[in-house]
Design a protein around this ligand. Structure first.
Ligand SMILES: O=P(O)(O)OC[C@H](O)CO
Length: 373
């Protein structure tokens, strides 16, 4: 079950849409039994069309296709596109319809991004299905094979059941035979687990990262587009840097899709850098990727490690313990860092006063709004 470690897995990093989109589409084309597709943000457009066409084709050749979409995130996914899928035989379920007058309940969103093929291959990462992701933004996905794929499927089924209790969609995701046991028996491959989060009720992704940082021996490298960290995460990053660990933070730079989020995150730069954390802002485009490396432990998935992810959302990340995968992750980081601008602490201290005021105001407002420590 998810949150438990399994052996005998294979993980492959697929940086940039030109790598992960064809890989996911090929996997859908090759599906024989089932496709489980869970996504937060899905908007009609060219990117969505690629997936709709592949999913509809799969459905027409008898593959069971299930889409679990977040109601809020899918508001730009047009009815005619939904019809194309359902007319081909796919089943769509919307997670947590907005309930007027029930703000707290409505804030819970399904932020996960996953694709599971025939219970033997899965994909997760930060990607969403909008044209920005295809043409302009940078993201990273991991392809997953091995026993841990069953845990991704189980997580999907759980969310599907809970969403359907409210909507009474009759069919349920099928289970099919997979090759996981062969792979497990072979003993080859990497150790991995699915870590998930359900708002404040269950925060394993958050605590897992914090535990790893607290016991790091060499490096703590974190990449997130929306750096709105909890106090506990900041404290652990600073403590690690103070005891000589190589702590680096890679965040989105000037091409941010929500500039105010960037300025809010900058509120924390001075203290982090004073503790020894090195901060980089990605330059070529907006990076929406979410992955971390702590020694030989890695995590990649939907979680932004921000208040929103931790307080309200359903999240899911792939965690891996493997020196081979850590090597790949390190190379990915190094490639991204080479395209980033490192913040110079002295130059930062001399930035215009109005910028510091802007960060302070936004940072204070954020702290008051979230009240999550
Ligand atoms: O919530 P995320 O991390 O999937 O990001 C979604 C887009 O940034 C919305 O602007």
């Amino acid at each position: 079950m998810h949150d438990e470690w399994t052996q005998g897995n294979q993980f492959e990093l697929l940086p940039a849409a030109k790598r992960y989109v064809p890989a996911m589409l090929d996997a859908i084309e090759g599906a024989r039994h089932s496709v489980l597709f869970e996504q937060y943000l899905m908007e009609s457009g060219h990117h969505a069309d690629l997936f709709i066409d592949a999913l509809a084709r799969a459905s027409r050749r008898g593959v069971h296709v299930y889409l679990l979409l977040d109601t809020y995130g899918a508001k730009g996914f047009k009815q005619r596109d939904r019809d194309r899928l359902t007319e081909a035989g796919a089943t769509i379920c919307l997670f947590n319809p907005i309930t007027p007058g029930r703000l707290s309940r409505s804030l819970t969103r399904d932020h996960r991004k996953m694709l599971v093929i025939d219970h033997c291959m899965a994909f997760t990462g930060g990607y969403c299905i909008t044209d920005e992701f295809l043409f302009n933004w940078y993201d990273v996905v991991t392809k997953i094979e091995g026993p841990v794929v069953e845990d991704w499927a189980a997580l999907f089924s759980q969310a599907w059941s809970s969403a359907n209790q409210r909507q009474r969609v009759r069919s349920s995701p099928v289970r099919t035979q997979s090759n996981v046991h062969d792979q497990e028996a072979s003993g080859a491959g990497m150790i991995g687990r699915v870590a998930h989060g359900r708002g404040r009720r269950y925060q394993e992704i958050r605590f897992s990262l914090q535990r790893r940082i607290a016991t790091a021996r060499e490096c703590v490298w974190i990449c997130t587009p929306y750096f709105l960290p909890t106090l506990s995460l900041r404290r652990r990053m600073m403590a690690a840097a103070r005891r000589g660990i190589d702590v680096r933070l890679l965040v989105a730079g000037p091409r941010h899709d929500h500039p105010s989020v960037r300025y809010t995150g900058q509120h924390y730069y001075r203290r982090l850098m004073r503790a020894g954390v090195r901060i980089y802002e990605y330059q070529p485009t907006f990076t929406h990727a979410k992955f971390c490396l702590v020694d030989d432990w890695s995590t990649i998935g939907s979680c932004n490690f921000d208040h929103w992810s931790l307080r309200w959302n359903l999240e899911a990340n792939q965690e891996v313990i493997s020196s081979r995968f850590a090597h790949d992750m390190r190379r990915l980081f190094e490639d991204n860092l080479a395209q980033s601008q490192e913040i110079d602490p002295q130059a930062w201290a001399q930035r215009p006063r109005w910028k510091a005021c802007r960060e302070h105001l936004l940072g204070t407002a954020n702290a008051w709004m979230t009240l999550l420590r």
